[in-house]
Write a protein that binds this ligand. Sequence first.
Ligand code: NAD
Length: 243
Amino acid sequence: MESIKKITILTGAGISAESGISTFRDQNGLWENHEIEDVATPEGFARNPELVYKFYNQRRFQLTQDNIVPNPAHEALVKLEKEFDGSVLIITQNVDDLHERAGQESLIHMHGELLKMRCVATNKIYKSPSFFDQDTACPCCQEVGNLRPHIVWFGEMPFYMDKIQNALLDSDLFLSIGTSAQVYPASIFYRWAEQGGAKTIELNLESTAASERFNENYQGRASELVPEFVDKLLRGDISPEVS
Ligand code: NAD
C-alpha cells in the first residue's frame, strides 16, 4: 500500500465518557442502573413502555444540559476530517449528538439518535421534542402510541449496513475508538476492513476482549489519545503497513 487515503472510524460510548455521558459496560452490564433487557430491547419496550419512554426522556434531558459538550477527542476527529488529504468516515454506535455538535460532517449513526423519534406505522423519522411517551400524538398519523425512540435495540438491525460494509471493504485504515466492540455487527467491522486490506488500530482506555484482533493498540483516555493520534496521522507518522 502506498499511503493511507481512506480512513473509516468506529466510535463507541468511550469517546463520550469524558463529556459526562456514562458508558455501557463499565457498570457491570447496566446502562444508567438499568438492565439492558429492560430498556434496550423490543421485548422490554413491549413489556413496560412507560419505563422505556422515561429512560430515553431522561437520557435526552441529560444530553441537552449545558455541561454536556464535545471533548477534545470529538474535536480531533473533526480536525482529521478537515485536514486529511483523503476521505474520513465516522461510524458511531453512540446515540448522542456530540460528533455533529463538534462539527463532524461525514458521520453515520448506526444505532440511531437520541434526539429523534420514529412512527412505527409509517417509519417516518422526526426530530424529537424533549419529552414524548405513549400519550404523544404522532405528527404523521395523529395516533397516540405509535412513536418510539429512534434507537436500534438489541435484536434489531443497525442502520446503513450496506454503506458501512462497502466503506470498510474500501478502507486503508480502520480505527476503533472507545468501544468494547462486543455488540454485533460492530464486533466484526475489523474483519471487513481487513478483507479490504486495511490496517486496523484500536484506541481505548484499556485492553478489550477485541484487542488482539487489531494490528495495533493504543491505550489511554480518548481526550488525550485521539488528538495525539490524529496529529501523528496528519504528519504521516502512521505507517500504512501491517507490522
Ligand atoms: P461500551 O460501554 O460497551 O464500551 C465502552 C468502552 O470505552 C470500554 O471498552 C471502555 O474501556 C472505554 N472507555 C471508557 N472511558 C473511556 C475514555 N475516557 N477514553 C477511551 N475509552 C474509554 O460501549 P459501546 O462499545 O459503545 O457499546 C455500547 C452500546 O450502548 C452502543 O451500541 C451505544 O448505542 C449504546 N450507548 C451509547 C452511549 C452514547 O451515545 N454516548 C452511551 C452508552 C451506551
